[in-house]
Design a binder for this molecule. Structure first.
Ligand code: NAP
Length: 413
């Protein structure tokens, strides 16, 4: 049983269970959701409307998502005086699969990002971001349809692990003294210090997920992206551990680029690696040669936004943060505070994150209903302001109208 201190348990639905990393999904699963700050309520409302309609279209009354609101961010602070109540972690652990709106992170000292806190506390070590083109969306490149990549970004280590000391602090002084006096470094006394841990465990579990995904979805390659020419024992090690893992655990189903003779056998996934700066060129110049990318935390953050920009921006870029048992699906953009409560922004990113969630549940048919209806809506050029301002002859619709148009375009399966 779950033991909530403050939350009332959901009124309907059953819990999803995870047994030996397999999901057991009931027909009426409880799906916790965090509405989010800023534009969060608008896009969450639209997303739930679309997902509910798609599930009904695909499965009639037989299946239903039983939404259960849990709290983080400003709403949690207003209601419970805490930014993330303990019950939120408890609910995410207990129910395993959840949808999340964006949360505000004030810039500067004293306030840890709530998003980073959630990922670290729940050990959601893989950030998965599929990036594909939707026909008709204005994009800055000539051939945006060539982009169809899935980025697996390590989520818990690297310079994002939150181990930092401010310039002049006792901790910073201590670390600088140790490095200068005992390790022969020459760090300036007025430096802030950040630590970049990259472990074999953390790297291999992320790369394992990426390779399994590529094998399950019949993707052609997994590219290890790194800056190992400069940071040998962190980024370079990430690459080495990736090849080692492929050899040790997937020898019969993968082939390393250096061992390749001729073309890749149809039953195998190619494992290659690219240096991060070159990779930013490759996504533009050789877009369709890449399929699944496995990256460290910082590289993946930059790279996934760059890939999303290529297909028309963050409005249609979904994401998920996944650990061994908990999966949190979320929009990749932020709270866009200037548009809060205006029923204006594009809910596409959260809707597509919802599609990833449906696929995670094994409810692919409902996911397909959403994708087909979204494609049709874009073809009809009934889009929110961000797309309308770039599409000739488009009709601008609100967040809620966009959702209703998608629902209206849904066809049975
Ligand atoms: P942002 O919220 O992503 O917004 C930046 C701009 O992107 C917006 O002004 C808007 O562009 C466009 N945009 C974002 N979402 C859109 C949508 N759904 N539809 C259409 N356009 C959209 O980035 P930010 O202003 O840097 O960050 C605001 C807050 O969000 C910060 O506190 C940040 O920490 C937080 N954040 C949270 C998450 C998360 O929860 N996962 C992720 C990133 C940022 P135009 O002005 O051109 O219309």
């Amino acid at each position: 049983m779950n033991t909530f201190e403050k939350f009332t348990p959901p009124a309907e639905g059953e819990r999803i269970r995870v047994k030996a990393s397999d999901l057991q999904v009931p027909y009426r699963p409880v799906i916790p959701f965090i509405e989010g700050d800023g534009i969060g309520p608008d896009i969450m409302r639209a997303t739930r409307r679309v997902l509910d309609a798609a599930v009904e279209k695909a499965y009639g009354q037989e299946r239903k998502l039983c939404w259960y609101e849990i709290y983080a961010g400003e709403k949690a602070h207003e209601k419970y005086g805490e930014w993330i109540p303990r019950d939120t972690f408890e609910a995410l652990r207990y129910y395993s699969v959840a949808l999340k709106g964006p949360l505000t992170t004030p810039v500067g000292g004293g306030f840890r990002s709530l998003n980073v806190t959630l990922r670290q506390e729940l050990d959601l070590y893989a950030c998965i971001r599929p990036v594909r083109y939707f026909e008709g969306v204005p994009a800055p490149v000539k051939e945006p349809w060539k982009m169809n990549m899935v980025i697996f970004r390590e989520n818990t280590e690297d310079v994002y692990s939150g181990i930092e000391w401010v310039r002049g602090s006792e901790e910073a002084k201590k670390v600088i003294a140790f490095l200068n006096e005992e390790m022969g470094c020459t760090i300036r006394a007025d430096s802030g210090i950040g630590i970049k841990p990259v472990s074999e465990t953390g790297s291999k579990r992320l790369i394992r997920k990426a390779i399994r995904y590529a094998l399950d979805r019949k993707r052609k390659s997994v590219t290890l992206v790194h800056k190992g020419n400069i940071m040998k024992y962190t980024e370079g090690a990430f690459r080495d551990w990736g090849y080692e893992l492929a050899r040790e655990e997937f020898a019969d189903r993968t082939v390393a680029e250096k061992d390749l003779q001729g073309t890749v056998p149809p039953d195998k996934v190619l494992i290659n690696d690219r240096i991060a700066d070159a990779m930013f060129q490759q996504i533009l110049t050789r877009t369709d040669e890449y399929s699944v990318l496995a990256t460290l935390n910082l590289n993946g953050d930059y790279l996934s936004d760059a890939c999303a920009a290529q297909i028309g921006g963050l409005g249609l870029a979904p994401g998920a943060n996944i650990g061994e048992t908990v999966a949190l699906f979320e929009a990749t953009h932020g709270t866009a505070p200037k548009y809060a409560g205006q029923d204006k922004v594009n809910p596409g990113s959260l809707i597509l994150s919802g599609v990833m969630m449906l696929e995670h549940l094994g409810w692919e048919a409902a996911g397909k209903v959403v994708i087909a209806a979204l494609e049709e809506t874009i073809r009809q050029k009934k889009v929110t302001y961000d797309l309308e301002r770039q599409m000739e002859g488009a009709v601008r619709v609100s967040t809620s109208q966009f959702a209703e148009t998608i629902v209206g375009n849904m066809k049975g399966v």
